[in-house]
Design a protein around this ligand. Structure first.
Ligand SMILES: *Cc1c(COP(=O)(O)O)cnc(C)c1O
Length: 227
């Protein structure tokens, strides 16, 4: 019998065009749920807590690609540096320096996205477009040879107002395109625009997202009171 998770995954994938990559957001979910999605073919999973991602990485198949999608704490970067595939939430130059330092120790290049703040809400993390410009114009950035900035990540406001959500996503796409055609550095290569979650990924894709982070539509609602 096909599991609910496999069915949900199939239904979600039907609504996503081929050029869009799906990150299955498995935060708070047990390893058996991840294995169900894995057995249905999914290989990219997203987590927002470093310790949780490290232990899942240890216990689960090694061809899983792990994405860190949560707010990044500088002192925890070292724990995921051996294996993390993409860090979505980079929000300062200092964190890029630390990611580079930890990547060197493992003789790796770590892919990073700069997180832009596009939502109106105070609670959301991220950089203004000016701050992103200043990171990309930092004269020392090209010295960070063990990182690669592969694009941007953004979260829209939590609202029913689809016009507003669309404006927020599309503003990030416009900014992404500008940077893609103007920044010329060895360790910057704008290929990835990470936008869209269970509730808004269709809007994000219509604005040009090519990487969506989908959790509850695949794994069901999260229960934060039990771990
Ligand atoms: C939890 C989370 C998601 C997935 O949210 P769903 O609404 O469950 O799809 C996507 N992106 C980030 C940054 C998250 O923290």
């Amino acid at each position: 019998m096909t599991s609910t998770i496999a069915k949900n995954l199939f239904l979600v994938k039907k609504t996503i065009p081929n050029h869009v990559t799906l990150v299955a957001v498995s935060k708070t979910k047990p390893e058996k749920d991840i294995l169900e999605a894995y057995q249905a073919g999914q290989r990219i999973f997203g987590e927002n807590k470093v310790q949780e991602m490290v232990s899942k990485h240890q216990n689960l198949p090694k061809d899983i690609q792990w994405h860190m999608i949560g707010h990044l704490q500088r002192n925890k970067i070292k724990y995921m540096a051996p294996f993390v595939q993409l860090i979505h939430g980079v929000d300062s130059y200092k964190k890029l320096v630390e990611i580079n330092k930890q990547a060197i120790k493992h003789n790796r290049t770590i892919n990073c996205l700069l997180q832009a703040k596009i939502a109106q809400e105070e609670t959301k993390f991220g950089l203004s477009f000016e701050e992103i410009n200043s990171i990309l114009n930092n004269a020392d950035l090209s010295e960070l040879k063990n990182i690669k900035i592969t694009g941007l990540m953004g979260m829209a406001s939590f609202t029913d107002n689809t016009t507003q959500i669309k404006e927020e996503f599309c503003s990030l796409k416009t900014f992404f395109d500008t940077l893609k055609s103007s920044v010329r550095l060895n360790n910057v290569n704008f290929t990835t625009l990470s936008m869209g979650m269970s509730g808004d990924y269709s809007i994000a894709i219509s604005c040009g997202s090519n990487l969506v982070r989908i959790g509850s539509a695949i794994f069901g609602n999260r229960n934060y009171s039990v771990k």
